[in-house]
Ligand binder design. Sequence first.
Ligand code: AHZ
Length: 308
Amino acid sequence: VRKSVTGPRSRTIPRVVARAADAHRLNQAFSETPFDGFKFSPITEHQVSRAMTRRYFKDLDEYAEADVIIVGAGSAGLSCAYELSKHPDIKVALIEQGVAPGGGAWLGGQLFSAMVVRKPAHNLLDELNVPYEDEGDYVVIKHASLFTSTILSKVLQAPNIKLFNATAVEDLIVREDAMRGKYVGGAVTNWTLVSLNHDTQMCMDPNVLESKVMVSSTGHDGPMGASGVKRLQKLGMVNTGIPGMAALDMNTAEDAVVNNTREVVPGMVICGMEVAELDGCPRMGPTFGAMFMSGQKAAHCALNSLRR
Ligand code: AHZ
């Protein structure tokens, strides 16, 4: 004898049929999405191409005469750009050789996630609304990427800042006048993919962007790093040699980097680990407060240079 269930109007429905109906309803509920049957607005390929290229070349045209060029979008360069975003009248070109801006600041240290920031650099985190755990003299962000993505989004939204990524600064523009002597007047640039292939082609000439002041934040020595100060040395514009960063000592390193952040030659400010390269200060390893504050200080050095 087949068991029956009683429906709402005391109609008897065989149990097996009721189950099948339930399963069908359930199936339907889970296969429907708010995106079923969607359709995009129409577009043509030339519209896409022009939407990108028109803007890019307009930007290149506009930033051929920048007020400030920041070279390198690591934690120091981004902190500098963020500080300059508070001055919307100043045109800032941020040039990053990598496709992904952020330098070493996507991770804390040795590929770990958390980022340590010594006080008082946590003030920048408060300004950016980046949450952290307060450990007394220092704070910890749960993932370095949270800092980097947040500051990056602020910098990219600033109407006075244009990021040119996948673009390498290959050389400096250097001029001379009676008042300043030799000074840095801008950047010689190329697509990074071109820069990496100079040896395989005959001649691939670069592009140029003029600046009133450059902030070099290219990090410590490496294939591309410390390129600003290394070029100044070759040109004889810094008297000392470049000793390179000294061995690690967190306590002295961070103060030294911030205190030595300066306009090193007319028209060029250095910040971040490039300072340690030039002055032979110790490295700090995986603590990022000095990068934030050196970048912020560099913005003010650049503003002072513009006012002169
Ligand atoms: O790709 C580089 C990176 O994103 C970029 N860059 C370097 N040379 C360039 C060039 N043209 C364009 N010629 C260039 N871009 O500069 C960025 C440097 O970022 P970074 O994170 O390497 O340096 P930073 O000084 O901002 O931060 C250093 C972080 C370190 S290193 C360290 C240690 O070794 O002890 N400790 C900390 C906190």
